[in-house]
Design a protein around this ligand. Structure first.
Ligand code: G3H
Ligand code: 13P
Ligand code: ZN
Length: 332
């Protein structure tokens, strides 16, 4: 959409919004229902700044795909919640026909979830996976009660992911797959709207030492027990080899990085996983785009040049996922 059309649309939308005619940000309810009915997954992409956000929504617009934008508490600290919400709102104005949800990623406690809900998030995750089962149930239920009273949906997590990435830090020896019977009891007792499960993925750029493998048998048993609960996969970046190579070629040093291959993620997308979380691949795309510009054009010092190139690479990365891996293209 060119800028003039955008401005015209913007005015039209502002008027319809005033009349209450348009619901701008959506929850994940309808997109998940469609994903479960039609067998595809929706990408949930972590946002930290303007370029990452624009790369993602430009891809969703071109692919005509629903999209979940998510921010962790450290992203909120970095970008500041008012700036984040205004930018996300601008995205919904630019793409009024694309279902866009804004979700809190890895909410650490009730207060953070409440703060996001009160600031207009349409979905929150409460990550009680670090607690024992009973405490996870209690905390999740507390967030569900508040969120539902405000029309917001809740993602919970059961089972532990191995791996180390910033605020998400679980010792790999504690890695624990989700127990399907417990998952059924957990969803019944908490009333959560979607459930993140542990079937072998982990956060960050180093997911597997040997062969990449996910426990599809556990996924199937969970889907059999709770067929109407959308399932979420965290730590699901591909760690795209071309992006790692690009980072390394242009001065980076990221040896031995390994993620979940596209074929496995595609299999998950058609086997009952409704939401696939991606952060590491975006970090790699951003870094590769900036490094390449610096290496090839050492005289460049206009941030719009290197950040613009990085934004373009993020867009191509997200388009590839929506079209070739998750199957969410043309599902808006
Ligand atoms: O799963 C965690 C995401 O990669 C967010 O990481 O806390 O550094 O923003 P972050
Ligand atoms: P990756 O580190 O594999 O991108 O996972 C991101 C994630 O799970 C965000 O919650
Ligand atoms: Zn995660």
């Amino acid at each position: 959409m060119d800028h003039l059309t955008y401005l015209k649309n913007r005015n039209k939308i502002a008027i319809e919004k005033q009349r209450g005619g348009i619901n701008m940000l959506v929850t994940t309810k309808e997109m998940f229902e469609k994903s479960m009915k039609e067998g595809f997954a929706i990408g949930a992409f972590n946002i930290n700044d303007l370029e990452i956000l624009q790369g993602i929504v430009d891809a969703a617009g071109e692919c005509n795909s629903p999209v979940i934008l998510q921010a962790s508490s450290s992203a909120i600290k970095y970008a500041r919640i008012n700036y984040l919400m205004k930018m996300v709102e601008a995205a919904t104005e630019e793409y009024p026909n694309i279902p866009i949800a804004i979700h809190l990623d890895h909410g650490p406690d009730f207060e953070t979830a409440k703060m996001c809900i009160d600031n207009g998030f349409t979905s929150v995750m409460i990550d009680g996976s670090k607690y024992d089962f009973e405490e996870n149930v209690r905390l999740t239920k507390q967030v569900v009660d508040y969120a539902h009273s405000k029309g917001v949906v809740v993602e919970a997590e059961l089972g532990k992911l191995a791996g180390i990435e910033d605020d998400v830090n679980v010792d790999s020896k504690d890695a624990m797959y989700t127990d399907p019977a417990q998952a059924e009891e957990f969803v019944k007792r908490t009333g959560c709207d979607s459930l993140a499960i542990a079937i072998g993925t982990s956060h960050g750029a180093y997911k597997f030492k040997g062969e990449a493998k996910l426990r599809f048998d556990i996924l199937k048993e969970i889907k059999d027990r709770i067929p109407n609960t959308p399932i979420v996969l965290h730590g699901a970046s591909t760690v795209i080899p071309e992006l790692v190579d690009m980072c390394n070629k242009y001065g980076g040093n990221i040896p031995g990085a390994k993620g979940v291959p596209d074929e496995i993620l595609h299999q998950a997308s058609i086997s009952g996983v409704s939401k696939i979380n991606v952060d590491t691949d975006l970090r790699l795309a951003m870094t590769a785009g900036i490094r390449k510009t610096f290496a090839e054009e050492p005289n460049v010092f206009d941030p719009r040049k290197y950040l613009g190139n990085a934004r373009e690479l993020i867009k191509e990365t997200v388009k590839h996922k929506m079209t070739d891996v998750f199957g969410s293209s043309n599902k808006a």
